[in-house]
Ligand binder design. Sequence first.
Ligand code: 5GP
Ligand code: ZN
Length: 113
Amino acid sequence: MSCIFCRIAFGEIPARIVYQDEQVVAFHDVSPQAPVHVLVIPRLHVDSLAATQPEHDALLGHVLGTIRKVARDLGVADNGYRTVLNTGFDGGQSVGHLHAHLLAGRPLGWPPG
Ligand code: 5GP
Ligand code: ZN
């Protein structure tokens, strides 16, 4: 299996997991861009948001619900946070397995680069 996030989901390579269930895994980003930087992935391999279909919408909702839960659990919900899904080349996506970023713990600039 060549996909690094599939390998994390299968436990083949280590990650600092903060939450997991039958559908998703949430783990700390290896190169954090904020004091809290967590990635939420579906266990199902889908290349990107652009590759999803309407049948994935419930799963996408669960990814967002997991962001909400992890933000609460890590104590950043009150101060706020940013949720990012980089998609494709122009979107800056570097890992081809759909993932949502949870960034928090400092004020975040806008617009993004
Ligand atoms: P993207 O640029 O595709 O939106 O985000 C990919 C993210 O995955 C990056 O923030 C990068 O630091 C993170 N990442 C890449 N490889 C690994 C890894 O092996 N483990 C973890 N925990 N994060 C990774
Ligand atoms: Zn994958």
